[in-house]
Design a protein around this ligand. Sequence first.
Ligand SMILES: O=c1ccn([C@@H]2O[C@H](COP(=O)(O)OP(=O)(O)O[C@H]3O[C@H](CO)[C@@H](O)[C@H](O)[C@H]3O)[C@@H](O)[C@H]2O)c(=O)[nH]1
Ligand SMILES: [Mn+2]
Length: 789
Amino acid sequence: MESLPLHHRTVHKWSAIINRSNTLLQCTALIAIIYYRVSSFLYRTDSTLSLPTLPWLLVFASELFLFFLSLLQSAFGWRPVSRTVYPERLPADEELPAVDVFICTADPKKEPPVGVMNTVLSAMALDYPTEKLSVYLSDDGGSSVVLKATREAWGFAKFWVPFCRKYKIKSRCPEAYFAGLGGDDGDNSDFGEERRTIERKYEQFKERLSRAAENGEIEDTSIKSGHPPVVQGVNMGCTKLERITHNSTCFRGPSFPKQHNTSDLLNSLPGRLRSICSTPQIMRDDITDVLDSQQVEMPLLVYVSREKIPSHPHHFKAGALNVLLRVSGIISNAPYILVLDCDMYSNDPTSARQAMCFHLDQSSSQSLAFVQYPQKFHNISTNDIYDASLRSIFMIKWPGMDGLKGPMMSGTGFYIKREALYGTDMQKDKDPFQLKQSFGPSNEFIKWLNTGCKNNGIDREDLLDTRLREAKFLASCTYEKDSQWGQQIGFLYGSVVEDYFTGFILHCRGWTSIYCDPQRPAFLGSATTNLNDMLVQGTRWNSGLLDVCLSRFCPIVYGLSRMSILETMCYAYLSFQPFYCLPVWCLGTIPQLCLLNGIPIYPKVSSPWFVMFSLVFISLLVKYLWDVLYSGGTIQTWWREWRVWMIKSVTAYSYGSLYTVLKLLGLKEASFQPTNKVADEEQFRRYQMGVFDFQTSTMLLAPLVSLLIINMASFTWGIARVIVSSGWREMFGQIFLSCFILIVNYPFIEGMILRKDSGCIPPNVILLSAVFSLIFLCLGSIVLMYTMI
Ligand SMILES: O=c1ccn([C@@H]2O[C@H](COP(=O)(O)OP(=O)(O)O[C@H]3O[C@H](CO)[C@@H](O)[C@H](O)[C@H]3O)[C@@H](O)[C@H]2O)c(=O)[nH]1
Ligand SMILES: [Mn+2]
């Protein structure tokens, strides 16, 4: 008998029909506009005789570019789908494949160890056979505080994991659970007493972490200077793994034997654990813990801090993940890997089983590289003013791509097949010499590679010394020299958005992906909740996207011959997105400049061509409104997202593009500043109240403020003109445009004029922007005068 399907896919037919019709409508209207622009330029009548060539061409080019982007964007709406899984139909636990969890952290200041450890604990408590689960923490800061915190977390996990399993706790991140956020009934009388004990232990655990952090501040001076890539002291060996071997950072987890006498207990433990217990500072704790909880089955937990030398490029997160790939490759070598950012805790312990519904499905699993869950956040306010939840990406675009070849890899919250990351070079019968040329010089790694990714569970006895010593080698700076890591193998290095780039290349190689967005969020992270963090993060993302766009991997060229045209369009749209800054800047300044100089740019209101322009404009607004409403948003959401798009176009997209150009010219180095995972209280309060907080650098504020001052000037002047003379028909388009821009960005105007609190736009920024605007308008008017024909 055929077994029941593990998952089900629903195609959203109506949505597809509406999206496709809209694309058709927009294309027709846009072709009409192009015709109008071209013909009125070539065959000038009296009324268009005085066309200023330069601004006119700029506006036309912007319109064409917007047309191009919206055409690419329409691919997302082609065939949206959603999915349901049936984890209860999975095979028995013994037949499930092993899973390695990778967690990355980089900076204990911006990413407090308590948060990181909550992620670690939630991953260790996943609802999955314990012996098949291994958690690897990569600490790019190489901080002793994080190392200590990991030890403490292991100690606490011995209570936390069994507790969660015993009572089937839904929310397995202790912080969220004890705050009552996870939907578990808090004081269930069955286990109220036990819960209180665990809660007390959790409080003690947190206290120990904060004490360790205080002491560690003095130790980790290199991190203090705000520079995560730190050289490890030579005496410490080239990586922290050195310390792992001697200081027991590889925590292991077969059942603890039932023993009641301390020395018996010590003797009965395998060598490694014995050495943990004889390390003075944790001895007492460990033994009481073992006695307390007896028979504890625990997943493996490994702390890794790769070697860093300032002169050596370390490739940020992609580099860290590749080290974990290799290190785990000789320890647990699970066929599937879950990647998590350090702030993304597991909110639903069944996520691994859900993902397995796709990975173990015979019909689709061959080509399936990864199952992506959406990024969701625990700190989103009801009126998310900065669109921190990235709604349109996770609610509209990814389900759209899922109907094609699958969603983009999104950095965190995905279950990926190890084999997919080993590139095209992993053929089983390849000889070791060739393999070493791709995978680097480690014999041990090649040996494990050859066993294929079929390993289920770990031979724990043999785990320790030799393999950990080899792991140290695998995590060294020079290991990747002359190998294919980052080029063909593992997470790719060409861009700071390693997720986008790696996912794109996987899709080009014929792999597919699946988007799984269950009712209960599988993972929850912390979103950026202030303007500054949002713009800094946006700048990094866009610079990374453009890195790919301007390389030989430009999706529209590289992708077209390797994957379907629609999937290529999606990837191309994302990589071209930073270029939105060009049309937005043009349309936000040129028609306004012309308005001030009395030059019409759009057809008269009475002209039939005006109808075409209106049609495109309105259909854009309405289509987006439909998308937002269809994906569960409101009219307010729709309006806010317009604003955020405009803010990002003028700042993050512009600076992102600028940085990439500077990088290409060799004037700037690539950088990856981790975002803050702790919010400033005042800023967070404003975010929750829905009030913009403009405490950010002048560099990020001035462009938008200047743009708004230009629009205010042109709008006021335009209205004045209409009142004095009667030329409103010619100028209506431009006046309306200024007005629209001002209304959309109203919070900025408020911040400039009406607000006086600490989050307002500082007067010196306004002054500086006013000077910029004035210079632009004066110079612009002079250029206009000379380019009139
Ligand atoms: O040199 C580095 C820099 C960062 N990280 C880690 O990378 C993760 C993501 O960094 P974060 O500061 O949270 O950046 P975000 O912009 O929030 O991350 C998004 O964008 C990144 C690409 O820019 C993706 O890698 C992430 O998964 C995605 O969530 C964090 O766990 C960091 O600790 C490192 O391990 N090493
Ligand atoms: Mn993040």
